[in-house]
Design a protein around this ligand. Sequence first.
Ligand SMILES: Nc1nc2c(c(=O)[nH]1)N[C@H]1C(S)=C(S)[C@@H](COP(=O)(O)OP(=O)(O)OC[C@H]3O[C@@H](n4cnc5c(=O)[nH]c(N)nc54)[C@H](O)[C@@H]3O)O[C@H]1N2
Ligand SMILES: Nc1nc2c(c(=O)[nH]1)N[C@H]1C(S)=C(S)[C@@H](COP(=O)(O)OP(=O)(O)OC[C@H]3O[C@@H](n4cnc5c(=O)[nH]c(N)nc54)[C@H](O)[C@@H]3O)O[C@H]1N2
Ligand SMILES: [Mo]
Length: 775
Amino acid sequence: MATRAPKDGINEAGLKSAAPKKQAVGLPAVAHALKISLEQMGPVRSAQTLLAVNQVSGFDCPGCAWPEGENRHRAEFCENGAKAVAEEATKRTVPPSFFERFSVSDLSEHDDFWLGQQGRLTHPMLLDDGGTHYRPASWDEAFGIITEELEALQSPDEAVFYTSGRTSNEAAFLYQLMVRGIGTNNLPDCSNMCHESSGSALTQTIGIGKGSVSLEDLETAPLILIAGQNPGTNHPRMLTSLEKAKKNGAQIVAINPLPEAGLMTFENPQTVSGLLGSRFGGGTQLADDFLQIRIGGDQALFQGIGKHLLEREEATGTVFDHDFIRESTLGLDEYLHQLRTVEWDSILEATGLTREQIVSVAERMIAAKGTIVCWAMGLTQHKHSVAMLRDVVNVLLLQGNIGKPGAGLCPVRGHSNVQGDRTMGIFERMPPAFHDALDARFSFSSPRKHGYDTVGAIRAMRDGNVRVFMAMGGNFVRATPDSEVTDAALRTTRLTVQVSTKLNRSHLITGRRALILPALGRTDRDTQASGDQRVTVEDSMSAVHASRGRLTPPGPEVRSEIAIVCGLAEHLFSRPDSPYRASAPKVDWPALQGNYALIREHIAAVIPGFESYEKKIDDGGFILPHGPRDNRHFPTETGKASFTGNQLEYPRVPEGRLLLQTLRSHDQYNTTIYGKDDRYRGIRGGRRVVFVHAEDLREAGLTDGSMVHLVSEYDDGVQRRAENFRAVAYPTPRGCAAAYYPETNVLVPLDSTADVSGTPTSKSVVIRLEKATAS
Ligand SMILES: Nc1nc2c(c(=O)[nH]1)N[C@H]1C(S)=C(S)[C@@H](COP(=O)(O)OP(=O)(O)OC[C@H]3O[C@@H](n4cnc5c(=O)[nH]c(N)nc54)[C@H](O)[C@@H]3O)O[C@H]1N2
Ligand SMILES: Nc1nc2c(c(=O)[nH]1)N[C@H]1C(S)=C(S)[C@@H](COP(=O)(O)OP(=O)(O)OC[C@H]3O[C@@H](n4cnc5c(=O)[nH]c(N)nc54)[C@H](O)[C@@H]3O)O[C@H]1N2
Ligand SMILES: [Mo]
């Protein structure tokens, strides 16, 4: 197979690399964010938005899911939050005349950065069967086409409804209700590619798939381990919390193949000394220790920590929390058996660390009154991620580090409402209790057969079993693995529907017909029959609060996601001869569209923890119940937390091959590219780079700056290639490499997924480097 069409890498002649930075944020961050804000929004909108972001009466930042503290800083400044806002609140637009000018094939010649830079979508657009250009359609026509295709299905399971994680609670709740009303649970979401492994491991062991710490826990924790996460880029406001923790005496250990700048020194833009930076004596040294671990070695690390805790327990009898273990857990023996069986040699080989390094983390845990483990994609996107995370849970259970202040599990979520969407029922296999409550409230029978997750949906499309694909946000073809397979899969459908704010590649790789439905974003004013509306979101620590946009929307035709769902559902379910009419949920869709408080009444009736929803958001928001965190109540089948015995796994890479992780640069939000720099890693003006250890380059007959092709090696006989990357000598462990997503998604095999969670293994792809002949 050849490399794929998008012109990644055009205009990258000026690409430069320099040594990675040792500190994050400070003045360059503020300057960079202001520049982008002014370019996209102009001075008035910039001021309006940057002052309202994450304020009590403002809107929730569309960037990451990091929580807001109680005492919000007047300008909760975060460089990448500012970029996310500017990207959405841009004054640039993509009106129908734009689509008249550019055919779909013209647009396909451009890279993702260019597509995103064109501005906000303003009209519903339709690509006819055989059409070369999108043309404007009315909302009625659009709903009519979707209805027609849904009515032509032989089974509701021939339709797939994807969700990205920016969708509000209200929109997500109505969307899943409509989809279940159609009769399918085909509700894949971005979470399937993100924290699904966390949800799977936590549900199995503690009975609830969410993190167990509050912001206060984090800021007062004695010891924080941060594994597989790059907060300086992806959760910059977390650095403020880490700085507070540090001032309160915390020790921080960074566990990462790369020395990420944000984990090392933080220059807080909220303070003068932070703005001036470390050269002037400002900045906080965050990490007390840095374990430069091999990719995929974290399960071994946590087993090594457990093994040392056990040795010390056997010597002293004071390391384990015996009361907690006796009262609240089961399965200790099985876990201890694994700790006794696993050999240090394997642990050291898997991690690439020394025994002293691992022991020193365990000793810090013994000395600390509580430990928090934070993690993100570096732990969730491997074949053995679920087992790895069960081993994280094991280590915390040994010392009773769940459900006590300053201790616990902290999966750091990605999209700003990805956790809320799941709470609202965006999941292909919700538990029976949810279905029962939904059925009772809306007098219908929701389907119980599990639906497709993201990878399952791609396989089903590939095999010709899906006719309609609809996406509530996101950029499905770019976010998913095995790009060539996925593109071909989407093209087998009869209709693709994208509810979007901005132009992206999923508008160009389509079914036989395609619709783009323009949606309001977080920053936009949302006015409906009863007046201006607010929506709600849930952050990474289960706090729910309101979000209200105030900017003038990009055009009068742009609708809220809620209005789009209500409009479509009304069209679909109310037609007198609709095949879906009889079995549809009993819902007054137009009324809900007119007043979002009515949607919240339904949510309050269906989902536990949302009682008095409206009042609680009036009062500034609330925290959802979490048994393990609140009172060490573990909602598992046994009522106890489970230790688990997990065989040690780690990736084994053949001679001369590298293990590639695909990650984010500092200038992107997932598939949205803000710019072509990765400031902290020393990259300027390009994205087609691959970071490799200098010795590995030398052994392959390459040097810093060599041009190479990346060839993925997976045992299914398919050659997957991403061509023309510049090799950058970088401080990563031997045998490990890194390159940016989504350019490298083409290398991730569709069938290479995590056990249990089904998440694509985007952080462990076996590749070889092929020298590119000079072009
Ligand atoms: N500005 C910005 N913010 C974002 C996003 C964005 O794209 N841009 N994306 C959002 C989303 S959806 C998400 S999920 C999060 C993602 O947030 P992150 O998980 O921080 O994102 P990645 O860039 O994938 O970084 C993974 C980190 O894990 C490390 N890593 C890779 N493999 C391993 C391993 O085997 N072991 C260990 N210990 N570490 C490893 C990498 O070196 C890197 O530091 O951020 C959210 N916030
Ligand atoms: N190789 C590799 N692949 C990965 C990952 C990786 O680390 N490596 N990470 C995975 C992860 S963690 C995730 S979460 C997924 C992300 O997958 P997605 O969530 O599907 O992708 P995004 O890039 O976040 O989606 C961006 C698009 O969303 C639309 N959008 C933005 N805001 C709104 C809104 O408010 N409403 C609507 N309707 N649309 C909106 C815009 O049109 C924009 O183009 O990618 C996954 N894929
Ligand atoms: Mo994510």
